[in-house]
Design a protein around this ligand. Structure first.
Ligand SMILES: *[C@@H]1O[C@H](CO)[C@@H](O)[C@H](O)[C@H]1NC(C)=O
Length: 564
C-alpha cells in the first residue's frame, strides 16, 4: 500500500502541473477615498469543449455543467448584487461594469433552439435548475419578467455558425435579497471550494456587510486561433468594504487583511497557475506594506501596484500602515491612494410626479468628458403594471454644446400585455461632451387584483435597474476605456401602487363582533332576567353561617329521600 501511494502522489502532482495553467485566481485590492476598500476576487478556468462533451468536467463544476448541457446553453451570465456603487467618490467601476448586475439577481443566457417556444421552454428549465443550485428564487423569472434584448447584449464568446440558432433571454429579480445562502453554492463551484487560496477569505458575514457587492458567473466558449476551443468559466466577487466598520472593535491607525476579512488567507490553492500572483494591491509606490513571512513582493514598473507570491502552506496577511501625517505638510491624497478613474458616464434614475394614478421617470445621464461623445444603449424592462406613455418620452440636453434634437438615434419598444409580459424599451442614444441629458417619460399605474398584492403591499413594488451599455467608439483617437463595451446600471426603484386598505376586513370583523356582543347581551338579559320586589324574593339568609345551614338542610333532605 505504502509503495503504491508513494508512486501515486508524485503522479498526481505531475497531472496538476500539466493542467495548472488552465485555472487561476487573483485577489485585487484597491483602497478608495473615504476609508473604503475595493476587493475584487477573480477565479477563471478553461475546459476544452471535447472534454466537456465527454462529461470530463475537470475544473468545470459538474452540477452546473450538467444543467448547461441539458438545456443547450451556449453562454450564460448570472449576477447577484447588493448596494449602490458610489461613482462620485469611487470613480469608474471595476471590470468596466461588465461583471455587475442590477440590485437583486440578474440572469441572461444564449440558448440553442430552433423556435422561440423551444427557447422559452429551455429557459424555464434553466431558471428552475439554477434556482435550486443557487438557493435563489430564480424560478420566479416567469414570462412577465423575461425579455429578449435586441441591442443591449452581445455574445462574448466565439460561437461560429451556431450563432444563427441562438436565442438570448434575460430576466431580473430586483426584489431578491442576496445573502449567505447564495455565497455557499457559489464557493462550492470553485476547484478549492473556499478551503484554500484566496477564496478562504470569503465569509458571508463580511461579504454581506459590505457597502456594495456583486457576485458574477460568466460561462462562454472561446476559440483562440490555432488552438482547441475551450469553455471558460469565470467567477468574480467584487465588494467595497468600509475599513472603519470592518476592523471594529480594533480601531487604529492602519488596516490589515486579517482584520478586514476576519481571517487569514490559508496558503494557495494547489490547482492554481503558479505564475499568477494570488494577491495584488493598487497603492502608490511610496506607501509601505508589511506582509507575513514567506511572501515575495513583485512591484509593477508603473509604480501604482504590487503583487505578492505567497507560500503554499503558510497563512498570509498584510498590513497597510497609515500615511505619516505632519501638521505643516499635509499629505496629498495622491500619495495615499491611486486616484480612481473618471467614469465614462454618470447615471441616475428617479420617479417624478405625485398621486396614485400617474407618475413619471427621469433619468439623468452626465458625460463628464470635455471632448468625447458617449454613445450607448439604454434599456428598461418595466413591470406590466407600469403602463408607459411612449409619446411622452423626451430627451433634453443641458451643457456647453447647446441644444441637439437627435439625441435618441433608435428606439426599440415592445409594449406590455397585462399579466403576460412587461414593457421592454431600448434606446440607442448619445450624450455630447460635458453635457447632461434628461430622459423623461410618464406612465400610468394599474390597479391590481387583490390577490396579486404581496403580503407587504405597502412597501411598494421593485422596478429593475435600467441597463446602460456604452458602445465602443468608432473614432480612432478615443480614450482606451471607450475602445471596448462597458456597462453601468442605475439603482432599482420602489413603485407604490394604489393599494386597497387590507386592514378593512379586520375592522369589519371587530365592529360586527362588538355589535353582536352588545345586542345579544342586552336581549338575553331582557329574556332571562325576572324582576321581582324585595319582599317577594326568597328569604334573606345572612352570612356564611346561613349559607352552610342552607346547604346542610339540602343535603339532609337528599339523603332522607334516598333512605325512603
Ligand atoms: C483560457 O483560455 C483563454 C483563451 O485562450 C486564455 O486567454 C486564458 O489565459 C486561458 N486560461 C485561463 C486560466 O483563463
Amino acid at each position: 500500500m505504502r509503495s503504491f501511494l508513494s508512486y501515486l502522489i508524485p503522479l498526481l502532482f505531475l497531472v496538476f502541473d500539466v493542467f495548472a495553467s488552465d485555472y487561476h485566481e487573483q485577489l485585487n485590492l484597491k483602497p478608495l477615498p473615504q476609508s473604503s476598500l475595493l476587493a475584487s476576487f477573480n477565479f477563471r478556468s478553461n475546459t476544452t469543449l471535447t472534454q466537456f462533451a465527454a462529461h470530463n468536467f475537470r475544473y468545470f463544476p459538474r452540477s452546473l455543467g450538467q444543467i448547461l448541457q441539458h438545456v443547450g446553453t451556449r453562454e450564460l451570465h448570472l449576477r447577484f448584487s447588493l448596494g449602490r456603487w458610489d461613482a462620485e467618490s469611487w470613480g469608474a467601476r471595476p471590470w468596466d461594469g461588465t461583471k455587475e448586475g442590477g440590485t437583486g439577481v440578474e440572469l441572461w443566457a444564449w440558448l440553442e433552439a430552433d423556435t422561440e417556444e423551444e427557447a422559452d421552454h429551455k429557459w424555464l428549465t434553466l431558471t428552475n435548475a439554477l434556482s435550486g443550485l443557487f438557493c435563489a428564487s430564480l424560478n420566479f423569472i416567469d414570462e412577465t419578467r423575461t425579455t429578449r434584448p435586441v441591442m443591449s447584449f452581445r455574445p462574448e464568446g466565439d460561437h461560429g455558425p451556431a450563432i444563427d440558432r441562438m436565442h438570448l433571454l434575460h430576466g431580473v429579480l430586483p426584489h431578491e435579497i442576496v445573502c449567505t445562502e447564495n455565497l455557499t453554492p457559489f464557493l462550492k463551484l470553485l476547484p478549492c471550494k473556499g478551503k484554500a487560496g484566496i477564496s478562504s477569505l470569503l465569509d458571508g458575514h463580511k461579504l454581506f456587510d459590505a457597502t456594495w457587492q456583486s457576485m458574477a458567473i460568466d460561462i462562454r466558449p472561446l476559440c483562440p486561433p490555432g488552438q482547441e476551443c475551450v469553455l471558460q468559466i469565470e467567477q468574480t466577487i467584487d465588494m467595497v468594504l468600509d475599513i472603519e466598520r470592518s476592523k471594529r472593535p480594533r480601531a487604529g491607525e492602519e488596516w490589515s487583511l486579517d482584520q478586514l476579512f476576519g481571517k487569514y488567507l490559508k496558503g494557495t490553492c494547489p490547482l492554481t497557475d503558479p505564475d499568477v500572483p494570488p494577491v495584488c494591491i493598487q497603492v502608490p509606490e511610496r506607501r509601505d506594506i508589511f506582509s507575513t513571512g514567506g511572501a515575495v513582493e513583485i512591484k509593477n514598473p508603473n509604480g501604482l501596484s504590487r503583487c505578492y507570491q505567497i507560500s503554499p502552506e503558510r497563512d498570509f496577511s498584510m498590513i497597510l500602515p497609515r500615511m505619516p501625517r505632519d501638521g505643516d505638510n499635509p499629505k496629498t491624497t495622491a500619495d495615499e491612494h491611486v486616484q480612481p478613474g473618471t467614469p465614462l458616464l454618470y447615471a441616475e434614475r428617479s420617479f417624478t410626479g405625485h398621486g396614485q394614478e400617474r407618475g413619471g421617470v427621469q433619468s439623468i445621464l452626465t458625460n463628464p468628458s470635455p471632448d468625447t461623445e458617449v454613445e450607448f444603449v439604454y434599456m428598461e424592462s418595466l413591470p406590466w403594471f407600469m403602463r408607459v406613455y411612449l409619446h411622452t418620452l423626451k430627451a433634453r440636453v443641458e451643457g456647453t454644446s447647446g441644444a441637439k434634437d437627435d439625441l435618441i438615434e433608435e428606439i426599440y419598444y415592445r409594449p406590455a400585455l397585462d399579466r403576460a409580459r412587461g414593457t421592454q424599451l431600448e434606446l440607442r442614444m448619445r450624450v455630447p461632451p460635458a453635457s447632461t441629458v434628461f430622459l423623461t417619460y410618464d406612465f400610468e399605474k394599474s390597479v391590481l387584483r387583490y390577490t396579486e398584492y404581496p403580503p407587504d403591499a405597502n412597501r411598494g413594488f421593485d422596478v429593475a435597474a435600467s441597463i446602460i451599455t456604452i458602445l465602443p467608439s468608432t473614432s480612432p483617437n478615443a480614450p482606451p476605456t471607450l475602445q471596448k463595451t462597458s456597462n453601468l446600471r442605475t439603482t432599482s426603484l420602489l413603485l407604490s401602487l394604489p393599494t386597497p386598505d387590507f386592514s378593512m376586513p379586520y375592522n369589519v370583523i371587530i365592529f360586527t363582533s362588538t355589535a353582536i356582543a352588545l345586542a345579544f347581551g342586552g336581549l338575553y338579559n331582557i329574556l332571562v332576567r325576572r324582576f321581582v320586589g324585595a319582599d317577594e324574593g326568597p328569604e334573606e339568609v345572612g352570612g356564611l353561617r346561613g349559607k352552610i345551614a342552607l346547604l346542610v338542610a339540602k343535603l339532609k333532605s337528599v339523603t332522607k329521600g334516598k333512605v325512603d
